[in-house]
Write a protein that binds this ligand. Structure first.
Ligand SMILES: Nc1nc2c(c(=O)[nH]1)N[C@H]1C(S)=C(S)[C@@H](COP(=O)(O)O)O[C@H]1N2
Ligand SMILES: [Mo]
Length: 418
């Protein structure tokens, strides 16, 4: 009840700030709230334990971005710096504290011979699988659509809606075997995951379906109980999170409550309207997310190949001469990153960067190279190519889509060379 009150007060405060009436209305608030309203809350106030230097995109549910200068400092993104994307919130979940496995109930239902219902503590009894992987929001890089095509709605992420993390827990297929669930394989084509977080107001509950026919789901999905060697922080989906290496962040459903095996994908708004992209190019602004159907679009599942320049930073001033350029590249983990190429003449010629093998097929491939830069304003472009020949468009704007998902354009930065 206490929680409810706080939430409503905060919602109201946000609403007032947005309508610009905040100053006029402040007199009606108790002094403690007045003090809060005067300064935008820091990330550490939005989610307890987070680094105050994270960018705050949304205070109500908690949406935080890791600025590149902080992201590039660590091979494994520490929990204090790891981005947060909550569509809705688990009660008491906006903290880095862990929640107990005891008393947390998980159900596996649907097209199965024996539905299972168990306490999360059972997961500790099974063999544990560990995986290092890039967890990235499908909206990561969305702000670049504005630069190269047309602005889209949604959180205007730069590159920091991602991080590299280590997850650990039993494989879902081992859990199914342990509880003798027996999925009806002929009929069950999708696995739908639902968390215990609840929507506010009239919004539909958040859930997603994954293709059960994909070996990257069947064989690799884990019911994670640890992140970076510790129980999963509440805000990152603890005590139990569905982790599917190679898939976009949104499919890694937090706070797992129910797993359903089904013949079709869920019709949930978050899956059929949100978190989808068109199957063919659409003209910016001429197609809306309500135009999606199962034939002209697909869910945001496997991550697209991508590379990001960590150094130098966009807009940075560097000394003329030999400049080290470095960053990361990754894909869905189906095949390794084969090459990373850098151009300083806007794509006319490319030089090959040196690669460092990733910790896992789903992790970051670090790359670096040296370029010769003369004084002036200079552009540096990067693109990755994998063993299947998949690469990044030089102008990521061609993949414009109404919600601005799956940005994977060549990363293009401008530096001042002095
Ligand atoms: N239950 C639940 N799972 C969720 C979400 C959510 O709102 N609720 N957000 C999804 C989205 S869109 C992303 S990008 C990732 C973000 O994970 P993080 O907050 O741990 O960084 O969680 C996904 N899983
Ligand atoms: Mo996301």
């Amino acid at each position: 009840m206490k929680q409810e009150n706080t939430r409503h007060v905060l919602d109201r405060r946000q609403f007032l700030m947005r309508t610009g009436a905040a100053a006029a209305m402040l007199g009606f608030f108790p002094s403690v709230l007045r003090a809060q309203a005067q300064t935008a809350p820091k990330a550490s106030e939005v989610v307890i334990g987070k680094d105050p230097r994270l960018l705050v995109h949304n205070t109500r549910t908690g949406v935080l971005e890791t600025p590149l200068p902080l992201l590039r400092e660590h091979k494994i993104t520490p929990k204090e710096l790891f981005f947060v994307r909550n569509n809705q919130v688990l009660a008491g979940g906006k903290t880095l504290e862990a929640l107990p496995l005891a008393g947390w109930i998980i159900e596996i239902v649907g097209l199965v011979r024996r539905p299972a219902r168990f306490e999360a503590t059972e997961l500790k009894k099974l063999p544990q699988q560990e995986v290092t992987m890039v967890l990235q929001c499908s909206g990561n890089g969305r702000s670049f659509y504005a630069k190269y095509a047309k602005k889209t709605s949604g959180t205007q992420w730069k590159h920091g809606g991602m991080g590299q993390t280590v997850w650990k827990g039993p494989k879902l297929k081992d859990v199914l075997e342990y509880f003798k669930v027996e999925v009806y394989e002929q009929a069950a084509k999708y696995l739908t995951a639902n968390g215990r977080d609840l929507p506010s107001g009239t919004k539909p509950d958040f859930e997603h379906s994954l293709p059960w026919t994909d070996p990257y789901v069947r064989d690799n999905a884990i019911l994670a109980i640890e992140m970076n060697g510790e129980p999963i922080p509440a805000v990152h989906g603890g005590p139990v999170r569905l982790v599917v290496p190679g898939y976009y962040g949104t499919m890694n459903v937090k706070w797992i409550g129910t797993l359903r095996f089904e013949a079709h994908e869920t019709y949930n708004y978050n899956h059929t309207v949100r978190y989808r992209v068109p199957l063919y190019p659409v003209e910016p602004g001429k197609f809306s997310k309500s135009d999606y159907n199962f034939v002209n679009s697909r869910p945001s599942w496997h991550q697209k190949i991508k590379s990001v320049i960590f150094s130098p930073l966009d807009g940075e001033t560097v000394k003329a001469g030999t400049v080290k350029v470095s960053g990361v590249a990754w894909n869905d983990g189906v095949v390794p990153i084969d090459q990373v190429e850098v151009s300083i003449d806007r794509g006319k010629t490319w030089q090959t960067a040196k690669l460092q093998a990733p910790d896992s097929p789903f992790g970051w491939t670090h790359w670096e190279t040296y370029v010769a830069l003369s004084a002036g304003e200079r552009e540096i472009w990067v693109r990755a190519i994998d063993k299947l020949g998949r690469t990044q468009p030089l102008n990521g704007g061609i993949d414009w889509n109404p919600s601005g998902y799956e940005w994977n354009g060549a990363d293009r930065i401008t530096v001042k060379v002095s």
